[in-house]
Design a protein around this ligand. Structure first.
Ligand code: HEM
Length: 501
């Protein structure tokens, strides 16, 4: 009679084969990793299958900055199945994104962040000809309609005046959170560029854009995981995790509201990005009909709200928090504004050159707390030599802006808030070379001029009329941050006291 194998024997066999499988898999993984980076930058090995993902922490830019001390300014990592290369110094950025700009200009394929934008083609996620065409159209239109001009400035100043009036409606003796007002003005500045006009504050677009951005921020942890394990997207339950139904409802409302505005708009003249797109769609030239479609049109509008509102509003929040924490800096800015602008008129962009201490403070905050601490990933379409390293084709390229802004060798005391570092002995602006909050090269932020205008006019106007105080006199200001899609302050509680002028 055949004897049945004992349970012990089966268990032992199972343990033995599982252990062998894990050992072989681990060996295979490490050989594969070492082989794939044979002429490339060094870096940590990470874990089989997951790579370095479990060790990134909540603020990957800090983890990368520490790895830089061990492996140098350019190092390799495995992020899931992807080969990533991280650039951590100004020199490395310059070499890759400026000197070899064309090689590093693409976005990685399978960037699943696009899942939140309905997979359409837009200026942020596209590569190649479609990216070039969308960017050319948006940048060209912003220039043509006078973004940065005095006409544009005067409309923004009207918004700033509404903002100041609304602040006075708050109970100014208590700590307040004015984030909703900041978000609203940033959204209306985007309405101006996109639709050609600011909208009334009861317009549903404000709530819809806010919900859409919140959805992005809330899903920011899951999205990279989908980029590193693209096959996960086909798992049942993923769309539930991403709250896809809610997102689709939100997108539908946003598209509907944008379409209403587009129908109303006067197409005979181009005074906003929507008009330029409609013109391209209605008058196609060779091949342009596949790039300028209704879907890519809406996708670009949505992505411009996302890139424009969250970043500018975030910058304003940091400015308010730091000025409350550093009253001496605030006082110096107010003295400068009082002397140069006085109290009988609004600030203008022409005043920016004449108020270097104010400008130096804004630059210092862009350096100290870079809103976009890690840039949107890039990719290289072919193998490329950077220094002694060969960066393998289709690598996931990460630019650590935070590391560039906190490089001790260049800044000396990078963790200190010291606006004077941007001033020479005559009080003029200097030393902005290694400051890259808007990135560098061909993918540099296309909203830089608009963001700088909004931030300067808001900060100067606010400080001309209000003192910004800590929420509680006896407690230090909380300057801690959390990192989602941007590096944001944990909360915005301040007191605003009208200046006696
Ligand atoms: C303080 C505010 C802002 C900061 C710090 C900021 C920062 C950045 C950075 C670092 C990038 C480069 C990403 C990359 O590596 O590819 C970028 C790209 C971009 N930004 Fe901004 N940005 C700001 C405001 C704006 C505004 C107001 C707009 C809208 C008009 C905007 C639209 C874009 C777009 C469309 C891109 C992608 C460009 C491309 O891929 O060609 N940004 N931004």
């Amino acid at each position: 009679m055949l004897e049945m194998p004992s349970l012990n024997f089966l268990t032992e066999n199972f343990i033995l084969s599982s252990t062998t499988f894990i050992v072989v898999l681990t060996l295979y993984w490490y050989i594969h990793v070492l082989y794939s980076r044979r002429n490339g930058p060094p870096g940590p090995l990470g874990l089989p299958v997951l790579g370095y993902l479990p060790f990134l922490g909540r603020k990957p830019f800090l983890t990368f900055d520490k790895l830089k001390d061990k492996y140098g300014p350019i190092f390799s990592l495995k992020l899931g199945g992807r080969n990533a290369v991280v650039f951590n110094s100004y020199e490395a950025f310059y070499e890759a994104f400026v000197k070899n700009a064309d090689a590093f200009i693409s976005r990685p394929k399978d960037m699943h962040i696009n899942v939140l934008n309905s997979e359409q083609s837009n200026v942020v996620y596209e590569s190649g000809v479609p990216w070039k065409e969308h960017r050319k159209l948006i940048v060209g239109t912003m220039k043509d309609i006078g973004v940065g001009s005095t006409g544009f400035e005067s409309i923004i100043l009207t918004e700033v005046q509404n903002f100041l009036n609304d602040i006075e409606k708050y109970n100014l003796n208590r700590p307040v959170d004015i984030s909703p007002l900041i978000k609203r003005i940033s959204t209306n500045v985007m309405n101006l560029a996109l639709l050609g006009k600011c909208l009334n504050y009861d317009d549903p677009i404000f709530e819809i854009v806010d919900k859409y951005i919140t959805h992005y921020v809330d899903n920011s942890a899951l999205i990279p995981i989908l980029s590193f394990f693209p096959w996960l997207r086909h798992f049942p339950g993923i769309s539930w995790c991403l709250n896809q139904k809610e997102l689709e409802k939100c997108l539908e409302k946003l598209n509907k509201r944008l379409n209403e505005e587009i129908e109303k708009s006067n197409q005979s003249s181009i005074n906003a990005i929507v008009h330029a797109y409609l013109d391209k769609i209605n008058n196609p030239t060779n091949g342009s009909e596949s790039i300028f479609t209704n879907d890519s049109f809406l996708s670009n509008l949505r992505v411009l709200y996302i890139t424009g509102v969250e970043t500018t509003a975030g910058s304003m929040k940091w400015i308010l928090k730091y000025l409350a924490a550093y009253p001496d800096v605030q006082r110096k800015i107010q003295e400068e504004l009082d002397r140069v602008i006085g109290h009988d008129r609004h600030p203008t962009m022409a005043d920016k050159l004449r108020t270097p201490y104010t400008e130096a403070t804004l630059l210092e905050l862009q350096r100290l707390v870079p809103l976009v601490s890690i840039n949107v990933p890039h990719s290289n379409t072919s193998a490329c030599k950077i220094g002694n390293y060969t960066i393998a084709e289709d690598s996931f390229i990460i630019g650590n802006i935070w590391a560039v802004h906190h490089d001790k060798e260049h800044w000396g005391d990078p963790d200190n808030f010291r606006p004077e570092r941007f001033l020479d002995e005559n009080g003029r602006i200097v030393n902005t070379g290694h400051l890259i909050p808007f990135f560098h090269g061909k993918r540099q932020c296309l909203g830089e001029g608009l963001a700088k205008m909004e931030v300067y006019l808001l900060t100067a106007s606010l400080l001309m009329h209000f003192n910004i105080l800590k929420p509680y006199d006896d407690k230090p200001m909380d300057l801690s941050s959390h990192y989602t899609t941007t590096l944001a302050p944990v909360e915005l509680q301040i007191r605003l006291v009208k200046r006696a002028i």
